[in-house]
Ligand binder design. Structure first.
Ligand code: FES
Length: 182
């Protein structure tokens, strides 16, 4: 009986010590990181794009959302897609106007209709005459590889996150050739 009481007391003291330790660790992290740095944790995604082949899409995440990293062939032509009228990004433009000249870039992989994850179809669809597309399986939204809407209910293109390319490293969440979420 006495032994189990002693055990109980020593477990209690150990637990208090652990809680105190966690508190001290939290205080240390708070001291080492400014609030803006705490907010920025997880806000950056780095991708080594050297392993992504032309017409491949790497699926990863940024800020908890699906992220597509796309590599297009160097000679890829954006011509030949017939785009949905009025489906423009927050700059009032087509995504292609922001991304032209880049064969590696990232898009937020969330359909702008009701949030499903579009599928990459490098073989294309009837409506794109075989040119590669993203196809949202929920209600049939179809986007170009730049995220511009071809057809279906999506009201605007896929979002383009801020991103920077340095050599083979694409960093999403920092200012670069795209400076802000568009
Ligand atoms: Fe993508 Fe509706 S959620 S078309």
């Amino acid at each position: 009986m006495e032994a189990s009481r002693r055990d109980f007391i020593s477990i209690g003291i150990g637990a208090l010590g652990a809680v105190g330790g966690l508190g001290a660790l939290y205080a240390l992290v708070r001291v080492m990181l400014e609030p803006s740095e705490i907010a920025a944790l997880g806000a950056k995604t780095e991708v080594d794009v050297s392993k992504i082949q032309p017409l491949q899409v790497r699926v990863t995440s940024w800020k908890g959302k699906t992220l597509f990293v796309i590599r297009l062939p160097k000679d890829f032509s954006p011509e030949g897609y017939s785009l949905k009228e009025g489906a423009l990004n927050s700059k009032g433009k087509r995504n292609y106007e922001i991304l032209k000249g880049h064969d590696v870039f990232a898009l937020v992989g969330v359909c702008t209709h009701l949030g499903c994850i579009p599928l990459w179809k490098p073989q294309g669809a009837d409506v794109s005459k075989g040119k590669p597309v993203f196809h949202c399986p929920c209600h049939g939204g179809i986007y170009t590889p730049y995220g511009d809407v071809i057809t279906g209910p999506p009201p605007r293109p896929l979002f383009i996150p801020p991103q920077k390319l340095e050599g083979d490293k694409l960093t999403v969440g920092v200012e670069g050739f795209v400076k802000e979420l568009i």
